[in-house]
Ligand binder design. Sequence first.
Ligand code: ATP
Length: 228
Amino acid sequence: MASTPHQNPTDQSDLTALKGRIPLLGLTGGIGSGKTAVSDLLGQLGAGVIDTDLIAHQITAPGGTAIPFIREQFGAEFLDPSGALDRGKMRSLVFEQPEARRALELITHPLIRQETIRQGLELSKAGKPYLVFVIPLLVESGNWHGLLNHIAVVDCPEKTQIKRVMERNKLTLEEVEKILKAQASRDERLSQADSILHNAGGFAELNSQIQDLHQKMMGFKTDQSTSS
Ligand code: ATP
């Protein structure tokens, strides 16, 4: 049987330490909803931002921590000539085979989580007032809930998502619809939101909501900060 990354035995205590030390915001939303627009501004306002999508890319880049496990599980044909994950090939496989998606997630999720915690501890030590974890599949994965103090969902109508992603990624309508179908529904996501950022309008409208969310997180007290 192929191996998967070991759960780091310090993970759980690190999670607890992080949660007690600094307020943690989970930011999610469907593809093209505006998560990056929101996290960029929160970062400019002073938050520590950790992008789990970026981490997912880093661990599957040449020499990334997930690469040996992917080679063992799926074979070298799922790596490109540079030694990175062949994303196109893997995307096709996991769209067709749910068990392949699960096998890939067993490799990537623990590694993403470990790196997220490592960066979180670093940013916390650097004096950030709160952390933003950008987690596209927060609702789908169910892995993060015990960790977060607050969940914010960036929301817009599906047709707005489709238009933005077709323009940004030069994808066809069918390609974007296929991605949307593989993600949680708008209602599922909204049902888990502590805050909703409505992003059907322009950037000015979004920015004022981001300012409000920032103020909310700045006023958030962790168990540790209220007891000390
Ligand atoms: P992904 O899930 O693909 O990472 P995302 O949720 O991070 O996407 P963004 O990259 O922030 O979404 O936004 C998607 C596209 O829509 C970008 O090109 C961005 O500039 C544009 N966009 C986001 N919000 C708005 C807005 N309020 N008005 C106009 N364009 C917007």
